[in-house]
Design a protein around this ligand. Structure first.
Ligand code: T3D
Length: 258
């Protein structure tokens, strides 16, 4: 597939998917959603980590409000079901770690696209805005799922009702994202984070994701059973053997990702 609304590059196991409509603050249109879903599938097959970032000064301004005709004729239920959901599922179900490298404003569905990634690293220039009620909508693209789980009910409700930008530092403080980095160090920082994950025990990372994402639905008994099953799988990998050997030999492990 030739991409128009994103760019995609794979280097040393790191797939970088860049939202690439900078003149529209990387707002999501039908084309971009399809391309993200496609690129996530490709990356899940060939990369050891996937980074989603934005070109220009914004990460993503959410739905392209000029796309698909006027507001009165939009079928938002269909768009969310047939376009947003498949895109978000590709991100959440990706077998390798995903990083949202949020370079600037993340608004509406753009904020919630970032929250669908496993790790969110933000520039201090970034902000997260549940902009939806400003235009008479509710948070979508997973926002009503992620927010209360990540930041608690009171903050989720306040963020949704007031629709004010949440700074990168506040987002860290709230537990919404992993870290905020000075703008001049941001690029090198997320690249180093991605490189570290690309050289790590890929099978274990995939099972970490499976276990943590299942924990919201499971009771303790189910979760302990899941951990035992997944650990059994990890224990059979070459990376586990290498990890233990490297520890005993007091050297850095050389993980192969299998
Ligand atoms: O269809 C459905 O299924 C519904 C789904 C809805 C999901 C949603 O995401 S609803 C929420 C949509 N998003 C927003 O309401 C956010 C709108 N944008 C902003 O709040 C701001 O643009 C930003 C905070 C992202 C950035 O602000 P700033 O001051 O840095 O830039 P700007 O001047 O506002 O925008 C620059 C250009 O990008 C401008 O175009 P122009 O005047 O230079 O030609 C602006 O119109 C355009 N732009 C920004 N956001 C969008 C957009 N164009 C289309 N859609 C956008 N969402």
């Amino acid at each position: 597939m030739d991409y128009e609304a994103i760019t995609y590059a794979l280097t040393d196991g790191v797939a970088v998917l860049t939202l690439n409509r900078p003149d529209k603050m990387n707002a999501l249109n039908t084309q971009m959603r399809a391309e993200i879903a496609h690129a996530m599938r490709v990356a899940g097959d060939e990369a050891r980590v996937v980074v989603i970032t934005g070109a220009g000064r914004a990460f993503c301004a959410g739905q392209d409000l000029g796309d698909g005709g006027n507001a009165a004729t939009l079928n938002m239920e269909r768009t969310l079901r047939d376009e947003y959901e498949p895109m978000l599922r590709r991100i959440m179900d990706c077998p390798v770690p995903t990083i949202a490298a949020v370079n600037g404003a993340a608004a509406g569905a753009g904020a919630n696209l970032a929250l669908a990634a496993d790790v969110v690293i933000a520039s201090e220039a970034a902000s997260f805005t549940q902009a939806f009620t400003r235009i008479g909508l509710i948070p979508d693209a997973g926002g009503t799922y992620w927010l209360p789980r990540q930041v608690g009910f009171a903050r989720a409700m306040g963020a949704a009702l007031f629709a004010e930008p949440v700074s990168a530092h506040q987002a860290v403080e709230w537990g919404m994202i992993w870290e905020a980095v000075a703008p001049d160090a941001f690029d090198a920082h997320w690249r180093a984070r991605a490189a570290k994950l690309a050289q790590g025990p890929t099978v274990a990372y995939s099972k970490v994701k499976e276990a943590l994402r299942a924990s919201g639905q499971n009771d303790l008994e189910q979760q302990l059973a899941l951990e035992a099953r997944l650990q059994g799988h990890c224990g059979a990998t070459r990376d586990f053997k290498e990890g233990v050997l490297a520890f005993l030999e007091k050297r850095a492990a050389q993980f192969e990702g299998r």
